[in-house]
Write a protein that binds this ligand. Structure first.
Ligand code: AMP
Length: 215
């Protein structure tokens, strides 16, 4: 089963992806997580990508396409995958189409999560993330705080606000989303696997995906 999750930063792609991983046993592929791990590990990719990420800009397509091509060919993707945060530009979407075509596979669900901008800004600016690169658990100081303030429940490492989740950076990321990523909705809208769902909570998206994949 192959699923793409589309939606603005903070729309809940990560949350829906985690639920899908549990339900269908297929891996979540988050380009954001892969890039953050590369930045933390200080790899060449991380050094090239870090500045774009902190500024709330997209990392250039050629860097992303290189890592995705490799990732999709890994063994755990054989039964399917959930793409969370990729594609994010028309160029990435068209390259993904070619990659999947060459691999002889097609998409089962392309799901756009709809959340109003004001909700996205509040959600992201109140988010805290575990600083342990192996963990990266996510909390929210308003709706989902850790039991001890500033300490991850899962691994005990400190939690912190990501550089790209300050209010200023969030506004820039939303502008980037509007300019570069929102056009993907038009790109996919005539595909029979496409659906757009109001997503203040994850359940409507989960139900829509269940209906699409059982066609
Ligand atoms: P995310 O956690 O998915 O919001 O990603 C965090 C940051 O990583 C984004 O603001 C971008 O700078 C970068 N990034 C993640 N995925 C992509 C992508 N598919 N294309 C370009 N940049 C990306």
């Amino acid at each position: 089963m192959r699923i793409i999750l589309l939606g603005a930063p903070g729309a809940g792609k990560g949350t829906v992806a985690e639920l899908l991983t549990k339900r269908y046993g297929i891996p979540q592929i988050s380009t954001g997580d892969m890039l953050r791990s590369a930045v933390n590990a200080g790899t060449e990719l991380g050094r090239a990508a870090g500045g774009f990420m902190t500024r709330g800009e997209l990392v250039p397509d050629d860097l992303i396409l290189g890592i995705m091509e490799e990732r999709l060919r890994e063994k755990d993707c054989a039964k399917g995958f959930i793409l969370d945060g990729f594609p994010r530009t028309l160029g990435q979407a068209s390259s993904l189409g070619k990659m999947l075509g060459a691999m002889g596979i097609s998409l089962d669900a392309i799901v756009n999560l709809e959340v109003p901008d004001e909700v996205l800004i509040t959600r992201l600016a109140s988010r805290r993330t575990c600083t342990n690169p192996e963990c990266q658990a996510i909390y929210n100081v308003i709706t989902w705080p850790s039991a001890r303030e500033g300490i991850c429940d899962r691994c005990g490492a400190p939690t912190a606000q990501r550089d790209d989740e300050t209010e200023e950076a969030v506004k820039r990321r939303l502008a980037t989303y509007g300019e570069k990523t929102a056009p993907l909705i038009d790109y996919y809208k005539n595909d029979p696997a496409f659906i757009s769902v109001p997503s203040l909570k994850p359940e409507p998206a989960m139900d829509a995906i269940a209906a699409l994949v059982s066609r």
